[in-house]
Design a binder for this molecule. Structure first.
Ligand code: ZN
Length: 199
């Protein structure tokens, strides 16, 4: 990529719809909690590069070779910018991924997963989740230490919630998709309305 183009792209405030999902100014300032910070970092890296790439010509040929760690095309691999060793976090992350996200070339979740210990970050792909089909997820949703990152009307500020709460959250559920996909997943699965909502 030419340097001027990249610089302009980085400063360009125009974002594709859904690119800034879940990221409020509050979240960007937030310091506590390794997990949301890692998420914000991943989103930032992804947004910056993705914005620049909108202008590149699209090759109709087969998919370009992918980096096995961050799952991005090798030319835009972000591994040199990721921590060498997984970050130590005490909280488990459950990423609920809309199926459409899985096929995107520039995704945030593989970046996030690459920064975390494997056992701390689980990705579940789908639109509908139920007690019967997902007993494990259902148990997680019912635990009092589980939070869901969702900017609904009842959502509390995560930082304030953690400061006020006697126990540190054991699990955070994050829905990965465009804003409308995330909203759909949240509203059509009663399981996700059980945990405390934070933003
Ligand atoms: Zn990579």
């Amino acid at each position: 990529m030419e340097p001027q183009k990249e610089e302009r792209a980085l400063r360009d405030p125009a974002r594709p719809p859904g690119a800034s999902r879940f990221r409020t100014p509050n979240e960007e300032q937030r310091e506590g909690g390794a997990a949301p910070e890692a998420a914000a970092l991943g989103a930032e890296l992804d947004d910056a590069s993705a914005d620049g790439l909108w202008e590149l010509p699209v090759e109709p040929a087969e998919r370009r070779p992918e980096c096995s760690r961050c799952s991005r095309p090798q030319k835009v691999c972000l591994c040199p910018f990721l921590p060498v060793h997984p970050l130590h976090i005490s909280t488990y992350l459950y990423i609920i991924q809309h199926p459409a996200e899985e096929n995107k070339v520039l995704r945030t979740v593989p970046l996030l997963a690459a920064c975390l210990p494997q056992d701390k970050c689980k990705v579940k792909i789908g639109r509908r989740f139920s007690e019967e089909r997902d007993p494990e997820l259902s148990t997680v949703c019912r635990k009092s230490g589980t939070l869901i990152l969702y900017p609904g009307a009842e959502a509390a500020n995560l930082e304030e919630f953690i400061l006020d709460s006697p126990v540190y959250p054991s699990t955070i559920i994050i829905i990965d998709g465009t804003w409308s996909q995330a909203k759909d997943i949240f509203h059509k699965n009663s399981l996700f309305r059980l945990p405390k909502q934070v933003n």
